[in-house]
Design a binder for this molecule. Structure first.
Ligand code: NAI
Ligand code: MG
Length: 525
């Protein structure tokens, strides 16, 4: 058993996973603001259930809750409270007050200390956080541990930027003194998805705070738990003034929409589907909010004849089965050069079928855990059927595991045509297509033939070819002889329909700053 829930909480229907309009909201005014949850490793911790506003966990005005489940068991973990428009407004007012009340001018040392301490706490609570993440999202514990480690690094690295953000003196001659300042935007709305709940929280919150902004962040409706846990750590250790960070649970069309419409919010940072990203950007036009978007992808991973086959195999596997394939930059289109095609594809299919362990996320050697929701499972199974209907050949997988939980076997499609939907559209699961190519020019053309441009992989031992192809591929990240290989100082973000703006590294700071130019006329003496 993985949960503890108060006797007053009834089990809700699976309707949560259908369109949000079918969710049955219920009033559970007796649900405490914190409940004990027992993790699969036997540890019991206190899980906050409320909205985190002004450094306190509070009830929403309407006191509605929604169910949070474990995708690996389909069992309930907890209920959490749902924010509606009026609660979004409370969070925004708290963030505005914190911004105007001092955070907009917070001293660099204050920010360094706070963000460093958050990094320390993430490391101290790493095992609990990894277990919460795995339980809530379905991902394997080994993947969740990686997310936690990168999250700590992002906070620690962001702390280091605090005293390095500044403008320039601009030489304009003796008549004037001209300089620029880099100033915060104000209250930032942040909307994150369910595939990396803790990591996306970190990628959004750390750079916003170090640039003196305040935050209202909405977690995904299927994965609210780890962000609330971090808020508890922030609260217990008194790390930030009230209102600097506010975290609310809720659904896209209600809570998310209230963020995009709120006139006080100056910027929206979003990670999620391209369709929702477009809708958010259109909404933000009404109040002229700045927008950064990290959206979908259909990234090519290219394996040349001269690749080290073992390295290339590991890159292909990490490219598609890491995080159960629920990765915006997944290497979901594999291009293999003709000289090694048969040998490589046979090896890859064998590996997918026999060496990628799928199932209980908490077993140490499980690579691929559960898909995040019934919706996502259905979407992936729909694409697998579509691939077969389109005439592609299943080389591995292609079905759900015959057990409880949303598990899909690692799947490979061969004999694909470039205009098939399974080659064109984002599936967001452990499903990859394999195509054969002859020349460099041909594969560059095929790789770039996508509306997306989030990432691409190149597997080759020829450094000249790697540098040349890396220049020619249209994508925000190029991985050479590796894949899905993130670093907290390396910027990440998309070309084209994959979005705008960059996260991590120095680039992300630009998303949260605006330049003020000061030009002073000098009286000549
Ligand atoms: P989504 O993009 O609709 O949801 C992501 C976040 O946006 C969630 O927090 C959601 O509550 C919020 N949201 C939804 N509609 C909104 C609206 N109108 N206004 C403001 N916020 C809104 O993605 P969803 O439905 O969870 O997944 C659908 C597909 O999106 C997946 O199958 C996958 O292909 C893609 N996706 C891509 C992600 C990425 O990292 N690029 C992450 C999650 C999903
Ligand atoms: Mg969940």
């Amino acid at each position: 058993m993985i949960r503890t829930r108060p006797a007053t909480v009834l089990r809700s229907s699976r309707g949560l996973f259908a369109a949000s309009s079918t969710i049955s909201h219920r009033n559970y005014s007796t649900l405490p603001l914190s409940i004990p949850v027992t993790l699969p490793n036997g540890t019991t911790y206190d899980q906050p259930t409320g909205l985190f506003i002004n450094n306190e966990f509070v009830y929403p005005k309407q006191r509605k809750t929604f169910e949070v489940i474990s995708p690996a068991t389909e069992e309930e973990i907890a209920h959490v409270y749902e924010a509606r428009e009026e609660d979004v407004d409370s969070a925004v007012q708290a963030a505005k007050k914190a911004f105007e009340g001092g955070w907009s001018d917070a001293d660099p040392i204050v920010k360094t200390r706070a963000l460093t301490k958050i990094a320390d706490l993430i490391e101290e609570h790493a095992e609990t956080l990894a277990h919460i993440e795995s339980l809530d999202n379905g991902k394997s514990l080994q993947n969740a541990r990686g997310d936690v480690a990168l999250s700590a690094n992002v906070f620690r690295s962001s702390a280091g930027w605090a005293d390095k953000i500044g403008g320039k003196v601009i030489e304009t001659g003796n008549t004037h003194f001209s300089y620029t300042r880099r100033e915060p935007l104000g209250v930032c709305g942040q909307i994150i998805p369910w595939n990396f709940p803790l990591l996306m929280f970190t990628w959004k919150v750390a750079p916003a705070l170090v640039t003196n902004n305040t935050v209202v962040l909405k977690t995904s409706e299927t994965t609210p738990l780890s962000a609330l846990y971090i808020c508890k750590l922030i609260q217990e250790n008194n790390l930030l003034p009230p209102g600097v960070i506010n975290v609310i649970n809720g659904f896209g069309k209600i809570t998310g929409n209230a963020i995009t419409e709120h006139p006080t919010i100056k910027k929206v940072a979003f990670t999620g589907s391209t369709a929702t990203g477009k809708a958010i950007m259109a909404k933000c036009a009404a109040t002229l909010k700045k927008v950064t978007l990290e959206l979908g992808g259909k990234s090519p991973n290219i394996i040349f004849d001269d690749a080290n086959l073992e390295t290339a195999l590991q890159s292909a596997v990490a490219g598609i089965y890491y995080n159960s394939g629920e990765v915006c930059c997944a290497g979901s289109r594999l291009y293999v050069q003709e000289g090694i095609y048969d040998e490589f594809v046979a090896k890859f299919a064998d590996y997918a079928q026999n060496k990628v362990k799928v199932g209980n996320p908490f077993e140490e050697d499980t690579l691929q855990g559960a898909q995040n929701s019934l919706n996502q499972l259905d979407k992936i199974l729909h694409y697998i059927k579509l691939g077969q209907d389109e005439g592609a050949t299943l080389l591995a997988g292609g079905e759900r595991l015959p057990q409880k939980g949303f598990f899909i076997k690692p799947t490979i499609f061969g004999d694909v045509k470039e205009d098939m939907k399974i080659v064109k559209e984002e599936i967001f699961g452990p499903v990859i297509t394999v195509s054969k190519f002859k020349t460099v020019d041909e594969v560059v053309r095929l790789a770039n033939d996508s509306e997306y441009g989030l990432a691409a992989g190149i597997q080759s031992e020829d450094v000249n070819k790697c540098v040349d192809v890396a220049r020619r591929l249209k994508a925000g990240t190029i991985w050479v002889n590796t894949y899905n290989d993130f670093h907290h100082m390396v910027p990440f973000g998309g070309f084209g329909a994959s979005g705008m703006g960059r996260e991590m590294g120095e680039d992300v700071l630009n998303n949260y700053l605006q330049t003020k130019a000061v030009r002073t006329a000098i009286t000549q003496k």
